[in-house]
Design a protein around this ligand. Structure first.
Ligand SMILES: [Zn+2]
Length: 295
């Protein structure tokens, strides 16, 4: 089953919702960053939330960045998505080992930390990006995203995210949903959504059942509503880095720094934080870049 995002509208109530399955994109992140289980779960949740939020944006070239800065051992977590939900990210300390919680689940909240901030940067291809920062609620990612929407965008939201890691540390299941109430939603609608969220329980448990995909997650959570699927498309872990982009970054260092780099090291090797691709430049290539530098 390929990762996908499904968006639905409810016919009779002011609710819009989307769900994601993200097993492959989380597994890809695990392989790139060599994350251990609690980091895999935290990063996977952040990536899926970011992918859904990216998918909500309009305008080619727009992007959304989520940055979780908690006081837990994982350090910061960064995720970036484009408008199509294509997502990438990394966690500062991927090799953290923490004991499981009393209920046997990975202690994502403990690993991220309960004190800190979530910053959301929406770059809408305009001059100034929209930036919103909220304090972390629990470090469990989904609760923090829910709170972000409530506080920073005044949108009542239900968000759930889950990553189930297998015994061999690979990702077995990953998915989540984002259900949002439009301004004219009444108390009765809120209660029905809350009841559905409660009835579904943890998303990873639902995803373990045969035939449960992103659409089925929404159908079960919003079981009392008549749903209309308005969009569905595959999503993946994707880094848009390229030699040209890295070259531009080197040029933007400026003449003085580039000259110093050539003199002191004679070469440069840059590793992309998101995909671990290494870009190497020899002396002649660096000198060509120096000619392009304008300051
Ligand atoms: Zn890259």
């Amino acid at each position: 089953m390929t990762d996908e995002i499904v968006r639905v509208l409810t016919k009779e109530a002011p609710v819009k919702a989307m769900a994601i399955t993200g097993r492959d994109l989380t597994e890809r992140a695990r392989q790139i960053h060599k994350t251990l289980p609690v980091a895999t779960a935290a990063l996977g949740r952040a990536l899926m939330a970011c992918s859904m939020m990216g998918d909500q944006l309009k305008g080619e070239g727009s992007s959304v960045t989520l940055r979780f800065r908690g006081d837990g051992p994982l350090g910061s977590i960064t995720a970036v998505s484009d408008v199509g939900g294509e997502v990438r990210g990394y966690v500062q300390e991927p090799a953290v080992i923490l004991p499981a919680r009393a209920d046997g689940k990975l202690d994502v909240g403990g690993a991220v930390g309960k004190t800190g901030t979530l910053t959301v940067i929406k770059d809408l291809d305009m001059k100034e990006p929209y930036v919103g920062t909220v304090p972390l609620v629990s470090g469990e990612i989904a609760e923090d995203v829910t709170d972000y929407f409530a506080v920073s965008e005044q949108i009542p939201t239900a968000c759930a995210l889950g990553v189930l890691v297998d015994a061999d540390q690979s990702v077995l299941r990953a998915g989540g949903y984002l259900i949002q109430l439009l301004p004219d939603a009444g108390e009765d609608v809120i209660e029905r959504v809350e009841a559905g969220v409660k009835k579904l329980g943890p998303v990873t448990a639902a995803l373990l059942e045969d035939g449960v995909d992103a659409e089925e997650l929404l159908r079960r959570t919003l079981s009392g509503f008549e749903l209309e699927v308005v969009e569905r498309h595959p999503v993946s872990y994707r880094c848009p880095c390229s030699r040209e982009r890295v070259s531009t970054a080197l040029v933007s260092m400026g003449r003085d720094e580039l000259t110093a780099l050539i003199r002191e090291q004679g070469r440069a090797e840059l590793t992309c934080q998101f995909c671990d691709r290494v870009y190497a430049f020899d002396r002649r290539e660096l000198e060509d870049l120096l000619h392009r530098a304008t300051h």
